[in-house]
Design a protein around this ligand. Structure first.
Ligand SMILES: *Cc1c(COP(=O)(O)O)cnc(C)c1O
Length: 463
């Protein structure tokens, strides 16, 4: 037992040393996959290795390949960070090794999810009676939400899709904006719809769904089962669909409205941004991430459904061995795609407790304010900010597509900060996403200086 205690202390020490090094170190070392592969060993070892040696070897070999996304100047993707209490809870949870299947296997994991789920619904202004599944991320959340949608619209048409599948089923119309997230297409493929069935709706100037076009598309097509995927938080621009109008239109046509709110759903927590997701409560299901803007460690997301019975009908399963094992009560495993699940709730509970309502609001407000700080400083220096910065996303051009890509590459190589690139409406942009609890104004100012230096070094438009 002494050994395992020492080993865990060593692991916690390593995690602590790493985490406290982040504010000042380069965001990423130049990746050298060959060296990483060599350092991580060739053949499967035949003989056992003492656990403390294994840990030291892993840290030494793998750390050069760790990207410091948990640090304050990683602005690529929409990556979030990991709050102190949430990270610590995750470390303890690894020690507990709980399977969040049901209340027999882990009463703590299930009750923590109940509490954290209720807090999330309150914060996000979702109906208190909605069901909550703790999933691995928005991809799974969207898949489960759309499975609930599929169940509901087909059941209204007299078809039991869980029993009879989609062969011979009434045709379901699936409608989404042209700027939906690519994971929606994969969810639809996995659910047997295929992505070719999607009827695309135009977007407005900032990438939110054009509700007039939505109304036109719905009126032009046949009646019958209908699912509409809406979005809070366009992955490029941060734009949120007008959910009130869109949900009204969808419901007038008897459809199910699912909202992909991977990061944009968090706009709902703050009085400054809540108007962006006005009408959110009218939707039928919602997908959201914990590992992005809530800053809990990967992998963690949530699916909410306004009709718990529909959610359960679409996602639960039964097996003989579960009867008498507590497998009959609705629990974690009945609202997600996993049977055995990591206990995601501990870190979420810890993050919400650590921040409190005020802290979550402040986190969202600060990220939005820092995104505007980026946009203002870069625009003042002559770069072009292409989107209306309504949330935490900024798209920046440095002249031609080639120049923009050269600036992005130079910034990534510089190590001060990391931003990705994207193509939006046929043009290349640097894509800046602010979603880390640890990012400060100083981090933004340092990053702006690095970007402008990179842009000068390639002779682009900025002064
Ligand atoms: C990130 C994202 C997803 C996918 O979420 P994962 O957490 O990667 O599963 C879906 N939709 C939007 C809008 C996103 O930003």
């Amino acid at each position: 037992m002494d050994d395992i205690a020492d080993l865990f202390r060593l692991a916690a020490d390593e995690a602590a040393t790493y985490r406290t090094s982040l504010s000042d170190r380069a965001v990423a070392d130049t990746p050298d996959l060959g060296r990483l592969r060599a350092a991580l060993g060739g053949e499967l070892p035949r003989q056992p290795t003492p656990a403390d040696d294994v840990l030291r070897q892993l840290v030494t070999a793998a750390e050069p390949g760790v990207v410091h996304t948990a640090g304050p100047r990683f602005f690529g993707f929409v990556i979030g960070g990991a709050l102190p209490a949430a990270s610590a809870a995750e470390i303890v949870a690894a020690g507990w090794d709980q399977c969040a299947f049901n209340t027999v296997l882990s009463p703590a994991a299930i009750v923590v999810e109940e509490r954290a789920g209720a807090w999330l619904k309150e914060l996000l202004c979702l109906p208190a009676g909605a069901s909550t599944g703790f999933v691995t991320g928005a991809q799974e959340a969207n898949t489960v939400g759309l499975a609930a949608a599929r169940h509901h619209v087909l059941s209204e048409a007299g078809w039991d899709v869980e029993r009879d599948g989609l062969s011979g089923a009434p045709r379901v119309r699936v409608v989404a904006s042209v700027e939906r997230h690519a994971t929606i297409d994969r969810s639809l493929r996995l659910l047997g719809f295929g992505d070719a069935v999607i009827e695309s709706v135009h977007t407005d100037s900032n990438g939110a769904i054009d509700t007039h076009d939505l109304a036109r598309v719905l009126e032009d097509g046949p009646g019958g089962p209908l699912i509409v995927c809406l979005q809070a938080g366009n992955v490029n621009t941060g734009a949120c669909d007008d959910l009130r109008s869109a949900c009204d239109i969808v419901h007038r046509h008897g459809g199910w409205a699912h909202v992909d709110g991977a990061f944009g759903l968090w706009a709902s927590v703050s009085p400054r941004t809540r108007h962006l997701v006005h009408g959110l409560v009218l939707a039928d299901s919602w997908g959201c991430d914990g590992h992005k803007w809530l800053n809990v460690p990967y992998d963690c997301g949530f699916v909410f459904c306004s009709r718990p019975a529909v959610h359960q009908a679409a996602a639960s399963y039964a097996a003989a061995y579960l009867v008498g094992s507590g497998g009959v009560a609705t629990a974690g495993a009945d609202l997600t795609l996993q049977s055995s699940r990591r206990a995601h709730g501990f870190a979420v509970w810890a993050a919400l407790r650590e921040l409190g309502r005020d802290g979550v609001v402040e986190l969202v407000d600060r990220c939005c304010q820092l995104a505007r700080r980026f946009a203002d400083a870069l625009a003042a220096a002559g770069a072009e900010v292409a989107n209306e910065v309504v949330l935490n996303q900024v798209l920046v051009s440095f002249g031609s597509d080639e120049d923009t890509d050269r600036v992005i590459t130079a910034v990534q190589g510089g190590g001060v900060c990391w931003m990705g690139g994207t193509t939006w409406r046929g043009r290349r942009y640097m894509r800046i996403s602010v979603s880390n609890w640890a990012t400060t104004e100083r981090d933004v100012d340092r990053s702006v200086a690095a970007i402008l230096e990179a842009s000068r070094s390639i002779g682009s438009v900025t002064s």
